[in-house]
Design a protein around this ligand. Structure first.
Ligand code: SF4
Length: 501
C-alpha cells in the first residue's frame, strides 16, 4: 500500500511568528498565539524562551514537526521546560529545506560571543544564494538549509559592539521579504523588511509587549493591538521598555516611499478576523467579492434563485460579498452551504489502483446534493493555482447534478511565482500560465459553463492605498518590486521541489 499525505492545492505561506517580552509564563502566550496562527504553517512548530536566574541566563527550546497541539501536547513542556518571561515562537510551512526535516524547524538558536540568540522568520530572502556562498566561502558551517540561518550568521559575524547594532548591520545585507522576531539575552528585536511584504503587528498585554504575524494571535491571548511594525522598522523591546511602556525603534536605510504589502494576504492567507496592513481582512475580502459580482455577474433563471457557494473556508467572506452585490444588482441570489469541508483529515492509506486525486478531494470536500441538484450554481474560490483541485471540485459538484456551474475567482489569474514567501509552483505549473490566461481554454479545461477572474484593477480598488501603502502584485502582473537574484530563483525552485518530496 502507498502512504499518502493529504494536501489540497492551495498556496501556502511560509510561516507565522510571535514574540512576547516581559510576561512570566511567556511560552503559554506564545503557544496560544501559535494556535491562532496555525493556518500560516502546519508542518512544524517551535518555542524558545529566555529564563533568568540570579546568575545565569538560559535559552530553553522545544520544536518539532507537527501541528502546534501535537508539538506541545505534553503540559510539562510548557510549564516545566519552557520557563521564562520572554519567548518567541514559529509555525513553519517549509519551502526552504525539506518539509519533514526536523533540523529546519524554527526558531533557530545559537550561542555566540554576545550570548544566546534565537530567530523566527516569515518571508523569503531573494539574495540568499549569494550570501550563503559568501558565508560558506568564509568558513561558516550551516546547520540547516533555511535562509533564516543566514541572518543569524550575519549577526554573529558582525564586528559591531552591541546586539542591536549587529542585527541592524545584518538586516542591511539581506534582501526580499522578512518579518522577524529575534530573542537575545536582554532584548526582543522585531523587524520588518523595507517593503513590508509580510504583516507584523505590535500589541500589549499589561506591561508586556507582543509582536505577531496577525492580530488574531493578539486577540486569543487578550492582548491589545497597538500598531503595525512599520516597513523597515526595527523595534527593540527590553526591560526598560517594559518598565517605561515605550519601545525604541530604528529604521533601516533606503525605505521606499510606498510599501509593497503582499496583496495575497488579503485574498487568501490571513484570517478574516485579523487586521493587517492597517485594515480588516474581512472588510477587504467582502469588497473583493462585491467587485467580482460587479465584474462577473451571473443572472438567475426567471423564477429560480441563483445558488452561490464558496470553497470553504477561505472563500466564505468573498462569497458573502459576491451575494450581497448580486442582490443589489437585482439578481435573485442565495448564499448556500453547498460544499462541506472536513477539517480532520491527516494521513490515509490507499490502494495503488485508486484515483489518488479524486480521493484527496473527496476526503476533504463533499457536496450537499439537495442544495445543488437542478440549480444554477456559482462557485466562488479565492484562487486557482495548478487547477487540479478546481477540476476535481467541479467534477464533484457536477455529480450533484446542478443545471449549470459557473466558476468565479476572487483574484486575478496567477501567472508568476512568488519569491517573497509564498509557495507557488514554477511558472509552467501554474494553471493560468499553462493556458496563457486564455479564459475560453481554461473554461473548457475546468468543464464549467463560465469562468471569470477578478481584474487586477478591481482588486487594487478593494484595498487601502495611500502615499505610504501600496502592494506587491507580482504573481499576477510579473512586476516584482525588488530585484530577485537569478541564482536565488534557481535555489528557490530547487527548495520548493525538495520541500514537496
Ligand atoms: S508575488 Fe504574490 S504572493 Fe508573493 S508577495 Fe507578491 S502578491 Fe504576495
Amino acid at each position: 500500500m502507498d502512504e499518502l499525505t493529504l494536501k489540497i492545492e492551495k498556496p501556502k505561506t511560509f510561516c507565522g511568528i510571535i514574540g512576547v517580552y516581559g510576561a512570566e509564563g511567556a511560552s503559554n502566550y506564545v503557544y496560544y498565539g501559535l494556535n491562532a496562527l496555525q493556518h500560516r504553517g502546519q508542518e512544524a512548530a517551535g518555542i524558545v524562551t529566555r529564563e533568568r536566574t540570579a546568575d545565569r541566563i538560559f535559552f530553553n527550546v522545544h520544536k518539532k514537526t507537527g501541528l502546534v497541539s501535537d508539538v506541545f501536547k505534553d503540559d510539562k513542556v510548557l510549564h516545566e521546560i519552557l520557563r521564562g518571561d520572554a519567548a518567541i515562537g514559529h509555525n513553519r510551512y517549509s519551502t526552504t529545506g525539506a518539509a519533514e526535516s526536523g533540523k529546519n524547524v524554527q526558531p533557530i538558536v545559537v550561542n555566540y560571543r554576545k550570548g544566546n540568540l534565537a530567530i523566527a522568520h516569515n518571508g523569503n530572502l531573494t539574495n540568499s544564494h549569494r550570501l550563503r556562498d559568501e558565508l560558506t566561502g568564509a568558513g561558516t558551517l550551516f546547520q540547516t538549509t533555511t535562509d533564516t540561518e543566514i541572518i543569524l550568521h550575519l549577526i554573529a559575524r558582525s564586528q559591531k559592539e552591541t546586539v542591536i547594532e549587529q542585527v541592524y548591520e545584518a538586516l542591511q545585507q539581506i534582501r526580499g521579504a522578512f518579518s522577524l522576531v529575534i530573542l537575545s539575552d536582554n532584548q526582543l528585536i522585531v523587524a520588518r523588511d523595507p517593503y513590508g511584504f509580510r504583516p507584523l503587528a505590535l500589541g500589549k498585554l499589561g506591561d508586556a509587549f507582543i509582536a505577531a504575524s496577525e492580530t488574531c494571535a493578539l486577540d486569543v491571548i487578550g492582548a491589545e493591538y497597538v500598531r503595525d511594525v512599520e516597513p523597515g522598522e526595527v523595534v527593540v523591546i527590553d526591560d526598560e521598555a517594559v518598565e517605561g511602556g515605550e519601545v525604541r525603534s530604528i529604521f533601516l536605510p533606503d525605505i521606499p516611499k510606498q510599501s509593497r504589502h503582499c496583496i495575497f494576504e488579503f485574498i487568501y492567507f490571513s484570517r478574516p478576523d485579523s487586521k493587517i496592513f492597517g485594515e480588516s481582512v474581512d472588510k477587504v475580502r467582502r469588497k473583493i467579492g462585491k467587485g467580482l459580482a460587479e465584474e462577473a455577474p451571473v443572472q438567475n433563471d426567471e423564477d429560480e434563485k441563483l445558488v452561490v457557494i464558496s470553497v470553504p473556508d477561505s472563500s466564505n467572506t468573498a462569497t458573502l460579498g459576491y451575494v450581497s452585490q448580486s442582490l443589489k444588482m437585482g439578481i435573485k441570489a442565495k448564499f448556500e452551504i453547498g460544499l462541506i469541508r472536513s477539517h480532520y483529515i491527516g494521513r490515509t492509506f490507499i490502494q495503488p489502483s485508486q484515483d489518488v486525486r479524486d480521493l484527496k478531494v473527496k476526503m476533504k470536500f463533499n457536496t450537499v446534493k439537495g442544495v445543488l441538484k437542478g440549480r444554477k450554481v456559482v462557485i466562488v474560490d479565492d484562487s486557482i493555482v495548478r487547477g487540479t483541485t478546481s477540476k476535481q471540485l467541479v467534477r464533484l459538484i457536477r455529480e450533484a447534478e446542478p443545471s449549470e456551474v459557473h466558476f468565479r475567482v476572487s483574484s486575478p489569474p496567477i501567472m508568476h511565482p512568488c519569491y517573497y514567501g509564498m509557495d507557488f509552483p514554477s511558472e509552467k505549473e501554474l494553471f493560468a500560465n499553462q493556458f496563457d490566461g486564455d479564459i475560453e481554454k481554461m473554461t473548457d479545461e475546468l468543464n464549467v459553463d463560465s469562468l471569470s477572474y477578478l481584474s487586477l484593477e478591481k482588486l487594487l480598488d478593494s484595498v487601502p492605498i495611500d502615499e505610504r501603502r501600496n502592494y506587491c502584485t507580482a504573481c499576477f502582473s510579473g512586476e516584482y518590486p525588488t530585484e530577485v537574484e537569478s541564482n536565488s530563483k534557481e535555489e528557490f525552485e530547487a527548495n520548493i521541489n525538495e520541500a514537496r518530496e
